[in-house]
Design a protein around this ligand. Structure first.
Ligand SMILES: C[S@@+](CC[C@H](N)C(=O)[O-])C[C@H]1O[C@@H](n2cnc3c(N)ncnc32)[C@H](O)[C@@H]1O
Length: 315
């Protein structure tokens, strides 16, 4: 629940951010990014402050509602105090549950699905077969736009060696395998042979079955047994979220310069933004997202594709 935002109309947004960061920095952690955004971390929670042309945008987060109220109160009081030449109206939204956030509105999502190169019969039929066989679990399959993105990224990197963690019924594996150079190989890791068996006939129909080397074992074991040389061109991580940090580390050290690691579900359905969600996998992905943004081994971008996709390119 504890997430709230405010839009404060003002002609001096950058000035307030600087003032607040400099003043509060004497007592608590307060940072000013090169682009002028501020972050203030209190004991009760965190507030980010983004200066826009005609306003200041605030986002407060905390582990529970009383803590959130304290963050809002501290930031509001300081802002109002600093605004000696105008009267600021700091009106917060009511507390939001991160799990209810949507990176893109459903109607936008539909439009995106309708505007990539259409899927062919093999992918379309694999999607249908997955829905029929897996029922509710079918939601684990990547969407067609994400699949198209994976094929495109694989082609753009001229990949000869790809790794996938989390195969399920093999939709994303098929998308990656299709993008490989002639003679290329996908090491596809999953603990379930049964789900992958659903995909195999479609891999065969698409003429890529011989490129897909399915390894049925915990993915960490498979990764750690791989050659330590940096030879991977592209990797896609889409499995158990608590292991994402370990998967990322094992992959990054084996990526060739210019190689990509692509991570799915980095928003965790919005829960990653809301510190009230504190289960092990929430904490793991939240920390990993922060770590990747600061990781000097890669250039990274997080995209609002479905449930959030990070692309990190090895320097
Ligand atoms: C979200 S699904 C993958 C979906 C797939 N990328 C697709 O587009 O169809 C996650 C998969 O991760 C697998 N998985 C879970 N824990 C794993 C582990 N420790 N090692 C390998 N695979 C694992 C599950 O069996 C499941 O098939």
């Amino acid at each position: 629940m504890p997430l709230a935002t405010a839009r404060v109309t003002t002609t001096r947004p950058s000035r307030y951010v600087k003032q607040l960061v400099s003043h509060m920095g004497h007592k608590v952690a307060a940072t000013l990014a090169p682009d002028g955004r501020g972050t203030i971390t209190l004991t009760s929670g965190t507030c980010t402050l983004s200066p826009m042309a005609d306003r200041l945008e605030l986002t407060a987060t905390a582990v529970d509602a009383p803590s959130l109220a304290r963050v809002q109160d501290v930031i509001t009081r300081h802002l109002v105090r600093f605004a000696t030449q105008e009267e600021l109206a700091v009106e917060w939204t009511s507390a939001i549950d991160g799990g209810e956030l949507e990176p893109t509105a459903p109607v936008v999502g539909e439009y995106l699905l309708a505007h990539h190169t259409p899927v062919d019969g093999v992918l379309g039929e694999l999607a249908v077969a997955t829905r029929e066989a897996a029922a509710d679990a079918a939601h684990m399959q990547v969407s067609s736009d994400e699949g198209a993105l994976l094929t495109m990224l694989t082609r753009l990197t001229g990949a000869r060696l790809a790794v996938e963690i989390g195969v399920f019924t093999g939709y994303s594996a098929l998308c990656i395998a299709r993008g490989l150079e002639e003679g290329g190989r996908l090491i596809a890791c999953d603990i379930s042979e049964e789900w992958a068996a659903i995909g195999r006939p479609y891999w065969e129909r698409a003429g890529v079955a011989d490129r897909i080397d399915l390894r049925v074992a915990p993915a960490l074991d498979t990764l750690r047994a791989l050659d330590a040389e940096p030879v991977i061109d592209i990797a896609f991580i889409d499995a158990d979220k608590g292991n994402y940090p370990a998967y990322y580390e094992e992959i990054v050290r084996r990526l060739r310069p210019g190689g990509l690691v692509v991570l799915d579900n980095v928003f965790l359905g919005g829960r990653v933004l809301d510190p009230a969600y504190g289960e092990e996998h929430h904490v793991a992905v939240r920390r990993l997202n922060d770590m990747i943004a600061a990781d000097e081994r890669v250039d990274a971008v997080m995209l609002p594709v479905r449930d959030g996709v990070t692309i990190a390119r090895r320097r």
